[in-house]
Design a protein around this ligand. Sequence first.
Ligand SMILES: Nc1ncnc2c1ncn2[C@@H]1O[C@H](COP(=O)(O)OP(=O)(O)OP(=O)(O)O)[C@@H](O)[C@H]1O
Ligand SMILES: [Mg+2]
Length: 210
Amino acid sequence: MKISLSNIKKIYNEKQVLDIDLLEIEKGKITGIIGPNGSGKSTLLNIIAGLDEKYLGTIIYDQEVINREIYNKMTLVSQKPYLFRRKVYYNIEYPLRVRNINKADIKKKVNEIIDRLEINELKEKKAHLLSGGESQKVSLARALVFEPKLLLLDEPTSNIDPESIKVLEREILRFNKETKATVIIVTHNLEQSDRICDNIIYLENGRVSL
Ligand SMILES: Nc1ncnc2c1ncn2[C@@H]1O[C@H](COP(=O)(O)OP(=O)(O)OP(=O)(O)O)[C@@H](O)[C@H]1O
Ligand SMILES: [Mg+2]
């Protein structure tokens, strides 16, 4: 999915936190967003995800403005993941259940993603009792499992140990290569953006700086 943003303005309490004239996110690529705390990265991701409709400007997804079909093809892994107070397995299968996929396929896909992210030992745990890093892994699994066309990741490895970061980066790359999905990743880890991003956008005070 290609995304074209034009004249995006977002204001919080009379303070303008986003001011973007033109920004194009390339289809099928991994785009990194980098910038200081408070520069508007999460705000931008929420807007692209269709979760915040209070902004000015236009966003075009491929040729269309947001609609239910587009909304169903994208997902945001937020900085502070929200998981249901149910088992990890239930959380990961949820996006497939709401899409009416048959039970056998759901089981296969969920177990595959659990294997790939190496989180087998979390499967039967209650999601609300997980550590911060464990929650991030589970919420990435829940996002990858339904193969979105647009995957938005807000600091997905901020609480993750170095060994596990390798695993998550490997799986984000694999997902991008195999499905040709568009990925946008906010990160403060410049080595990470060098490792996995095709393009990088710098945000400063809500503006794109090159
Ligand atoms: N709900 C809100 N109400 C008022 N102001 C907000 C709200 N959410 C964010 N802001 C403000 O908007 C600006 C951008 O916030 P945002 O969360 O997008 O930054 P960020 O680049 O993601 O920062 P970080 O690197 O710390 O995650 C900040 O100045 C923040 O204080
Ligand atoms: Mg943020």
